[in-house]
Design a protein around this ligand. Structure first.
Ligand code: ADP
Ligand code: MG
Length: 272
């Protein structure tokens, strides 16, 4: 029946924060890997021209590779660009090539420019064969609030905000919240900020505790209890084309992402 579309059972989250270097990409790929390890089928959509998520998943993304650029600009089906990450069964990725850098501008004159990703994703999820539905889509955004990020907001139902436990962490957050509100009002009324993840947490510093306290005061139970510690293993993993989940599964960094992913699965039952 119509109500059992692959789409309806799929959780679609955009990982956003217009600050760079706060752990968007790292959180996207590691939560995705942890979820896939737990038996879910997960799709990571790389919307950042830097292609860092593609790198961490060992998904080819040299210029000229078919990727999200072709989906957004040329109407190539998402199905044609999605590949499975070699390290984790059930973990799929849609690569970003550097060509995507031009897309912010090239999208401007196009019809339905904000909804290009949504249309492609809906078609993809609808066409999944029985028994192969995608359980979770995570969209990794660039550190800006341009049309690529707007496309991600329009395609998703949830926003996951990673917040780095550093000075200035909260700066720019009100701008992000205002933008989410604008998207809700004009483009995607379903969008909700459901999840906040503290990253690069250092339990020894007063600063980390202060930032965490302020974030928890503001966002309440939407902040995951698991905070991601600063960890060398986490930052090393991408240079091996891996997530820390496979690179060093027993490290504190890997365990913290596994915990965050487990909480997100519980949250879903409460929130949705
Ligand atoms: P963003 O996508 O928000 O720009 P990244 O996920 O790329 O941020 O992270 C920025 C840098 O910080 C990367 O070099 C990454 O490897 C490193 N990094 C991210 N999270 C951690 C962490 N928990 N511990 C140590 N380094 C981290
Ligand atoms: Mg990034």
């Amino acid at each position: 029946p119509e109500t059992t579309h692959g789409w309806s059972g799929t959780r679609i989250m955009t990982v956003a924060n217009q600050k760079g270097g706060v752990g968007k990409t790292t959180s996207t790929v590691n939560i995705a890997a942890a979820m896939a390890r737990a038996g879910l089928r997960v799709l990571v959509i790389d919307m950042d021209p830097q292609g860092n998520a593609s790198t961490a998943l060992s998904i080819p993304h040299l210029s000229g590779t078919l990727g999200i650029y072709d989906v957004l600009l040329d109407g190539v089906p998402l199905e044609d660009v999605v590949v499975e990450s070699p390290h984790v069964p059930g973990l799929l990725g849609a690569p970003a090539t550097i060509d995507l850098a031009g897309a912010e501008i090239e999208l401007v004159p196009l019809v339905a420019r904000e909804n290009r990703l949504r249309r492609a994703l809906d078609a993809y999820l609808d066409s999944r064969p029985a028994g192969q539905a995608v359980d979770l889509v995570l969209i990794d955004c660039p550190p800006s609030l341009g049309l690529l990020t707007v496309n991600a907001f329009c395609a998703a139902r949830e926003v996951l905000i990673p917040i780095q436990c550093e000075y200035y962490a909260l700066e720019g957050l009100s701008q992000l919240l205002k933008n989410v509100e604008l998207i809700q009002q004009h483009l995607n009324s379903e969008l909700r900020i459901t999840t906040v993840l503290l990253t690069m947490f250092d339990a020894r510093t007063r600063l980390s505790a202060d930032v965490a306290g302020q974030v928890r005061d503001y966002f309440g139970p939407r902040v995951l209890r698991a905070a991601i510690p600063r960890s060398v293993r986490i930052s090393e993993a991408p240079s091996h084309g891996e997530t820390v989940i496979t690179y060093d599964p027993t490290s504190t960094g890997a365990l913290s992402y596994v915990e965050a992913a487990a909480e997100m699965r519980q949250h879903q039952e409460v929130a949705v």
